[in-house]
Ligand binder design. Structure first.
Ligand code: AMP
Ligand code: MG
Length: 498
């Protein structure tokens, strides 16, 4: 007799959702509404790891019932769809009320580790917070969001997740007419810094307290044991934010729109827009074509993260009680960022010990990268192949720099540093390759996948997704996907339009 299978049966759609915890907040925190259907939806992409995490059968997502459900065309049992209100600072200025203008929170789903996630449909139609927007998202930006959130997850960087994209030929007007899409995205909470600023700037201390208590109860219960739970909340969020940005810097990720309405209260990467991964290194690089001042350039991200935590601190001040206590909670930003950044850099360079001249060594590396605009991902990946003695692998690294002498000189210092801690080549290479990705979501890779998808060939999206799920693996059969951008793509400009 065959042994009975112990694998858990995949969930049916009817068992996927339950009313959101968020909906237990008072009525002025959100508006109940239904998604607006899109004609003749089709599936564009499915993230198998996310489906599996939520016990959904990835194949079932291809069926019309699921496609309609994740487009917002039919109800999902257990859902109580709503759009939430928030405000925020955009590009340093108070922007007033924003809110979920095109994202609709369907309900909560529990993953196989019993963790609760909010499930949103992004691009599912207008809400009371859409302002002049149409409530839609285009296929192009939806593909970028799904690919990048899954790529970040695989890089070990805190992020919202994406389960699927559905598309429809219904046109939406951006710079040109594009087709619409809906991303099903998930996070333990989509509450933002701007959710707190909303009540603070509207002079609603009761709602501010309700929101803070809600976030503490559901996400930071350890704050309750602290003398000032709101100060503890701010301090933890400040630390998480600083560490998140150190993670971004360590892979050359630029968010592009670090407005306070895009800053997660859980320290997740949220609201993927005109993001980019650094290719030719330039610390001043601006990935968002619309950001002419470079407020959100690579080198500014740590400072802006700090600025954003101050904006959150300002909003929490009435709850914390005094400027001094608020300032105290914010003070951990710089050390949290530096500690995380230095630890990540040590890992990237394969260093197991801390030595006095380490900062000098890493500063010098970034100096030569800056001088010669060396490819960020290749620089670190090629270092992770180095032997203990000079070999042809040195040439691969040196070839990234036009000033070969400067690169060789740096290698000499680096090698001496490795020798000083008795570093073993093979063991170090393994560790370094697990910290320095070979594959990141270069804009041109996304662009190729998008253009094919716009012609109804979705295979490249799925292929790229699969490659990016294993960014540290060699995947020799896909080595072309690790390449620097071809000439046509060297100056791709990504705007805010989405
Ligand atoms: P973002 O910078 O994409 O995070 O968006 C900033 C604000 O604009 C948020 O409140 C969004 O919900 C809203 N928004 C962006 N695009 C649209 C759109 N097409 N329709 C409605 N609201 C939008
Ligand atoms: Mg946003």
């Amino acid at each position: 007799m065959p042994t009975p299978s112990l694998t858990k049966q995949a969930l049916d759609l009817d068992d996927f959702l339950q009313p959101s915890t968020y909906s237990s907040l008072p009525a002025n925190f959100f508006t109940y509404l239904q998604p607006t259907p899109l004609p003749q939806p089709y599936i564009v992409a499915v993230s198998t790891p996310v489906a599996q995490q939520f016990n959904l059968d990835p194949a079932s997502l291809l069926t019309p019932r699921y496609v309609n459900a994740f487009t917002g065309n039919i109800d999902i049992l257990g859902a109580n769809p709503l759009a939430s209100v928030y405000s925020g600072h955009q590009f340093g200025s108070w922007a007033g009320q924003l809110g979920d203008g095109r994202a609709i929170l369907l309900g909560d789903a529990i993953d196989k580790h019993q963790q609760r996630f909010e499930v949103q449909l992004k691009g599912a139609g207008p809400t009371p917070y859409s302002r002049s927007g149409d409530g839609r998202a285009v296929l192009r930006s939806s593909i970028r969001e799904l690919l990048c959130s899954e790529a970040m997850q695989a890089l070990g960087i805190p992020t919202s997740r994406a389960l699927a994209i559905t598309g429809s030929d219904q046109g939406v007007m951006r710079e040109t007419v594009e087709t619409s899409a809906v991303v099903t995205r998930l996070a333990p909470s989509f509450i933002r810094f701007g959710s707190f600023e909303h009540w603070y700037y509207n002079n609603r201390p009761d709602e501010l307290k309700i929101l803070a208590d809600f976030v503490i109860r559901h996400h930071y219960p350890e704050s309750l044991g602290q003398p000032n739970p709101y100060q503890a909340l701010l301090s933890t969020v400040t630390k998480k934010t600083a560490e998140l940005i150190a993670c971004w810097q360590s892979v050359g990720f630029m968010h592009g729109v670090m407005n306070t309405d895009n800053m997660s209260i859980l320290g997740l990467t949220l609201d993927y827009g005109p993001f980019g991964f650094m290719e030719k290194y330039d610390e001043r690089h601006i990935c968002n074509h619309t950001d002419q001042q470079g407020r959100y350039s690579y080198r500014m991200q740590p400072t802006i993260g700090h600025w954003n935590t101050h904006a959150l601190g300002q909003a929490l001040l009435p709850l914390i009680g005094s400027v001094e206590e608020t300032q105290q909670a914010l003070d951990c930003y710089s050390s949290s960022f530096t500690n995380k950044w230095e630890a990540l850099l040590r890992k990237k360079l394969g260093l197991l010990t801390i030595q006095n001249d380490d900062k000098e060594l890493t500063d010098q590396l970034f100096n030569i990268m800056q001088e010669d605009h060396a490819d960020f991902t290749h620089t670190f990946r090629y270092l992770s192949y180095l032997d203990n003695h000079t070999s042809s692998k040195d040439d691969d690294f040196v070839s990234l720099f036009s000033n070969a002498q400067a690169a060789s000189n740096w290698l000499e210092l680096y090698r001496a540093r490795l020798v000083s801690e008795g570093s073993q080549a093979e063991e170090r290479q393994g560790r370094m390759q697990a910290s320095n990705p070979k594959y990141v979501l270069r804009n041109y890779l996304a662009q190729i996948a998008i253009e094919k998808a716009q012609n109804k060939d979705f295979s490249e999206v799925q292929k790229l997704l699969t490659i990016l799920e294993h960014p540290f693996d060699e995947q020799p059969e896909h080595h072309l996907y690790a390449g620097e951008p071809p000439t046509w793509a060297q100056h791709l400009e990504i705007s805010c339009s989405s």
